[in-house]
Design a protein around this ligand. Sequence first.
Ligand code: SF4
Ligand code: SF4
Length: 106
Amino acid sequence: MSECKKCGQCCKFIVIKLPHLKKKLEHNNRLYLDHKKFYRLHNCELLWHVDEKYGRIPILKVFNKCIELNSENQCNIYEERPLGCKQFPGDKEFIHFIKECGLSDN
Ligand code: SF4
Ligand code: SF4
């Protein structure tokens, strides 16, 4: 049975879909390389993902630990945490980016 391992990984980054950049990133290699470099400098990772709505699209994985995640991997504002946190994992799409998540079906 899948269960949360309290690893805190889901509070250490966010993912942003970039469907509007798909054509540019696919067809302009120079721009793609520039983007990769830019994202690396900002502690981000550019990935490709198959999305139900958009098909294959670029995804930006932004490494940025939430300031409310404490050293025990617990949320300091658990009762008042944002709606997005309460709904996690939602449609489970986000879990795709967290290999170690205990809620993953993999
Ligand atoms: S990544 Fe998954 S297992 Fe880890 S804390 Fe978040 S929900 Fe739990
Ligand atoms: S508010 Fe709490 S549950 Fe939401 S990302 Fe931050 S630490 Fe995690």
